[in-house]
Design a protein around this ligand. Structure first.
Ligand code: KG4
Ligand code: ZN
Length: 335
């Protein structure tokens, strides 16, 4: 089954074709992402109306480009998957409208995919031998969750953030130290030049049992440290390093707890913060020590993309699921 995947939940237009006849990374026939970063940069964050308009401009050209790269035409498609939520409603409606119309015109089924299920299943696209049960850490700009995956489609929420998502904390912290949008990756880059231990921030909610997170207090700690500092580039890098270490340690501590609680040794990490180098190193070290394994998608499949939507949609379509003809999105949606 060849499935076109469309992702338009936020500020990335993602398109891909996944072919279930070729399991593993070979199944990804082509994928392309158009990022709106430059468009939103001057506003310091995503402007929903501008995001929707840009998806309208970019989606059809990107579909044409992706099909051409895969050496396919629309006639070769057996289904269309799109992100139905959660996300910005206008942005979601662009993807849903195009996906549904295309599916109707081609007389193939369409399926709406949960954005976080897309993230969660992305590591399975890369590694067909990876099978549930496992524990998933979903860390993006909008979510920080630990999920027990008993089977594909059977998910148990083990813990989540009570305030900011980890990516959101990265972005807000970067912004308050004057780094340009989107701050997360910039802050991570800056942290590489910082001295470990020069600034020590707390590991929130690790001193009590439980699998929930809270990152908004860390942001305040950074704000105070930055305000009272000499504000040199070296200090900014040291604070960035202290912040990154605090977030990474906190995530790692909770991941270990979740694995212990689930009696499981496989951890899957997905979402934009999964691209963070230090998080990857730390979780690999922990997995080695436990004799377990940790799986990350390649960084391009950690951040928003169409490949994860094509893949998750293909699994659901192959299982016989599809929806009616209506254009339906869910800006707020529990997985
Ligand atoms: O999954 P994603 O692309 O979009 C959402 O669904 O939110 O995640 C984006 C988030 C942003 O908050 C971004 O700052 C963060 O992931 N991010 C990173 C890194 N790359 C992306 N955070 C820390 N280190 C990185 N290398
Ligand atoms: Zn995402």
């Amino acid at each position: 089954m060849r499935v076109l995947g469309i992702e338009t939940s936020c500020d990335e237009t993602g398109v891909a074709v996944y072919d279930t006849a070729r399991p593993g990374p070979e199944g990804l026939r082509a994928h392309a992402v158009y990022s709106q970063i430059a468009l939103h940069a001057e506003y310091g964050g995503v402007v929903p109306e501008l995001a929707s308009r840009d998806h309208v401009r970019k989606l059809l050209p990107l579909i044409r480009q992706t099909l051409a790269e895969a050496g396919l035409t629309t006639a070769d498609l057996d289904g269309v998957a799109y992100t139905a939520g959660p996300g910005l409603v206008g942005a979601l409606l662009v993807g849903a409208g195009v996906a549904r119309s295309l599916a109707w015109g081609l007389d193939v089924p369409a399926i709406g995919v949960h954005h976080m299920e897309g993230h969660l299943l992305a590591p399975l696209l890369e590694d067909p031998d990876l099978k549930p049960p496992f524990v998933a850490l979903l860390v993006s700009g909008g979510h920080t969750q630990l999920v027990g995956v008993d089977a594909i489609g059977r998910y148990r929420l083990l813990g989540e953030t009570l305030d900011d998502a980890a990516g959101e904390a990265f972005d807000k912290t970067a912004k308050l130290m004057g780094l340009p949008y989107p701050g997360g990756p910039q802050l991570a880059k800056l942290a590489e030049t910082g001295t470990p231990g020069a600034y020590k921030f707390s590991r929130p909610m690790t001193d009590r049992p439980g699998l929930d997170f809270s990152f908004s207090g860390l942001k305040t700690q950074v704000l105070l440290a930055w305000r009272d500092s000499d504000r040199t580039d070296a200090t900014r890098a040291n604070i960035a390093r202290g912040f990154e270490d605090a977030v990474v340690d906190t995530l790692a501590i909770k991941c270990q707890r979740a694995l212990d609680a689930a009696g499981c040794d496989t951890l899957v990490v997905a979402g934009g913060v999964g691209a963070n180098k230090r998080l990857r190193e730390k979780l690999h070290a922990i997995a080695d020590k436990r004799g377990g394994r940790v799986c990350f998608p390649r960084p391009a499949l950690c951040t928003d993309n169409g490949a994860m939507i094509a893949f998750a949609g293909a699994l659901r379509l192959e299982a016989g699921q599809s929806a009616g003809r209506e254009v339906h999105v869910q800006p707020r949606w529990d997985m």
